[in-house]
Design a protein around this ligand. Structure first.
Ligand code: UDP
Length: 262
């Protein structure tokens, strides 16, 4: 296990020894998972169009490096099933509302990307043929081949899951080389860096360590799915401008979760 002090210093690639996933040249196809909160900017709720446009420009820049790009966006900026359940709602019902929230975010991102001239398709795990396609893997393949970004919405299409699991599932079935998880923190820490100033960031971690220590990278089912399919999880901050490209070329600050022994 590699620990690093909480600092903005770039990682030393040689120390990482992860040439298989470093540098965009080694990625053919990636899945980028963004939490819904990324779209709300400085608001406390909902979708901020300026922020969506900024993130879309970063996604376009990543795509322009020649990558095939799948996108999964959460719904936490609008609705989370757990929050509804905590207030007395039926959990499954609340989760379906959460899934619908992810479709709204997907449509917002599609709109922003297409305003930048990027071809996209939204595929939802809950069919709604007036607004998007259903998830059809072979069709998604074709979209990627044609240079379109495929935005997968509604997670796995079932309650009691999250969009992290949806991201892991789509990354596996689309045979992505990595799952890039853009969050508000620049990696995985041994404590909450917002509360504990001495918190240390891991450079690399094994899936098993994440699961045994219950580290908050993604939910356990998502981590297990990535482990079983050997998909590296790259955790980075999407809040800093230009970070997607930096992660792709290996110059950014991030944590990589792989099979590696701790
Ligand atoms: N959700 C679900 N099944 C899925 C994906 C999502 O039930 O396969 C619901 C769940 O209620 C979740 C909400 O949709 O809380 C929004 O997704 P998530 O919490 O993953 O969004 P994020 O935290 O990434 O913004």
């Amino acid at each position: 296990m590699a620990l690093r002090s909480y600092s903005r210093a770039p990682l030393l690639h040689l120390q990482l020894g992860k040439e298989d996933f470093m540098a965009s040249g080694h990625y053919r196809r990636v899945l980028l998972k963004l939490s819904g909160e990324v779209l709300m900017g400085d608001q406390s709720f909902g979708i901020d169009p300026d922020t969506v446009a900024r993130v879309a420009a970063e996604v376009k820049a990543a795509k322009d490096t020649g990558l095939e790009l799948c996108l999964v966006i959460g719904g936490g900026n609008i609705f989370r099933g757990m929050a509804g359940a905590a207030k007395g709602m039926d959990r499954a019902q609340a989760d379906y509302m959460g899934m619908l929230a992810t479709v709204m975010n997907a449509l917002a991102m599609q709109n922003a990307l297409e305003q930048l001239g990027v071809q996209t398709r939204v595929q939802s795990a809950i069919e709604m043929d007036k607004v998007c396609e259903p998830v059809i893997r072979r069709r998604a393949e074709r979209h990627l081949e044609k240079g379109r970004i495929v935005i997968f919405a509604a997670g796995v299409g079932a309650p009691y899951f999250t969009t992290d699991s949806g991201a892991a599932l789509r990354a596996a079935e689309m045979k992505c080389d990595a799952l890039l998880k853009g969050t508000s923190v620049d990696g995985v820490y041994d404590a909450d860096p917002k509360k504990v100033p001495t918190a240390k960031r891991y450079e690399t971690l094994s899936y098993d360590r994440v699961l045994s220590d219950n580290l908050k990278v993604m939910d356990a089912s998502a981590v297990a799915l990535c482990r079983d399919n050997s998909i590296p999880i790259v955790v980075f901050s999407i809040r800093e401008q230009g970070n997607i490209l930096k992660v792709l070329d290996g110059s950014g600050t991030f944590t990589v979760v792989t099979q590696e022994k701790d």
